[in-house]
Design a protein around this ligand. Structure first.
Ligand SMILES: [Zn+2]
Length: 352
């Protein structure tokens, strides 16, 4: 389970020029220059992404949403909501961000189990729903990547979203779909306000959305416990053919937009959990950059994640007991999901 990690990046991602907005070109520029000047660089395979076709964007979006972004962009830009704007180059850059997710997904899928690819793209995607942009996101990169892989033969895809915010767009896109299991750990309360444990999917998708909200101040140990006690169990029962990661770094303790307390090593532990899952399920992994607004938090968090996925030693190292809030949320999750996922009813530690 070691080898080079493919990193899909192009300077075109700096072209969605948001000015003084926290989701700025500078956050990605800094992360890329940090990776290229650090010793991790020799374990990275820098790969060119591509622009997604409209037909690919439509794998996760309604035609009128694509048209809204395209027309607004062609007219020179405009505001979509309080947080989200379109600039003259945004349609093209967002189509390249989707293409980055597709390229990373395809690379990992073609190389098979144990391969890891990361799309370092912007704008981010997980708040974009099938019909609308929002929360700095125009198109849902990870959702299109997952749908694309399903067309390549990955019947079941697990999406793990460790961005500090709930990925309401990703949840909406797959809410009725039992072929994609969406698992999110996010701060509560925080934007966008969704992601309660009661939101578990609908119709045939009931049980395939799993939300684990955590309070401000939550850190490395609790996230490792959640990954070990909830995600590992679900994945063992779901048996994904591919694993996607909505990889946000706004959980970093110094992030200006969030109040979680993850350290750089905490991201390494989460990456170790994903690596263990990939090994256990014999599934390839593709990750897509989401949020993260502290420049060193993204740069150093990414460096650590990439180190673990390219073979550096790291352990998930969950504590035996979670904090009091996490225990309470776990009880709610059992209440809502234990009838669908027998593995969640068991209170013992999962030995993987
Ligand atoms: Zn976020």
């Amino acid at each position: 389970m070691s080898g080079k990690v493919a990193v899909f990046y192009d300077p075109i991602y700096l072209g969605h020029d948001t000015g003084m907005h926290p989701e700025s070109p500078g956050r990605l520029r800094h992360a890329v220059s940090h990776l290229k000047s650090s010793s991790i660089n020799e374990r990275l395979l820098w790969m060119p992404p591509r622009q997604a076709e409209d037909s690919e964007i439509l794998l996760a979006h309604l035609p009128q949403h694509l048209e809204t972004v395209r027309v607004l962009s062609a007219r020179g830009g405009g505001r979509i909501d309080l947080d989200t704007s379109v600039y003259p180059d945004s349609y093209q850059v967002a189509a390249w961000a989707v293409g980055g997710a597709i390229a990373a997904a395809e690379w990992a899928w073609q190389r098979g189990p144990g391969s890891f690819a990361v799309a370092l793209v912007r704008p981010p995607g997980h708040h974009a729903s099938s019909g609308s942009a929002g929360g700095f996101c125009l198109f849902n990169n990870v959702a299109v990547g997952a749908r694309y892989l399903q067309r390549q033969g990955a019947e079941r895809v697990l999406i793990v979203d460790w961005d500090l915010h709930h990925g309401n767009g990703t949840q909406e896109i797959f809410y009725s779909d039992p072929s994609v299991l969406y698992f999110s750990i996010h701060q509560h309360p925080a934007y966008p306000g969704t992601g309660s444990p009661e939101e578990i999917g609908r119709g045939p998708g009931r049980g395939y959305t799993v939300n684990f909200p955590v309070p401000p101040g939550t850190g490395d140990d609790d996230l490792a416990w959640i990954m070990s006690s909830v995600l590992m169990r679900l994945a063992a029962a779901f048996r994904p053919h591919a694993i996607a990661v909505s990889c946000g770094f706004d959980g970093y303790f110094a992030d200006p937009l969030g109040d979680l307390r993850l350290t750089v090593e905490g991201f390494g532990r989460l990456a170790a959990g994903i690596r263990d899952l990939a090994f256990q399920q014999q599934a390839p992994v593709f990750a897509v950059l989401e949020g993260g607004y502290h420049r060193d938090g993204i740069a150093r968090g990414l460096e650590r994640v990439l180190a673990v996925w390219s073979g550096s030693p790291a352990e998930l190292a969950p504590p035996t007991e979670p904090g009091a809030w996490v225990s309470r949320v776990m009880a709610m999750i059992r209440q809502h999901l234990a009838d669908r996922w027998e593995v969640l009813a068991d209170r013992g530690q999962l030995d993987i």
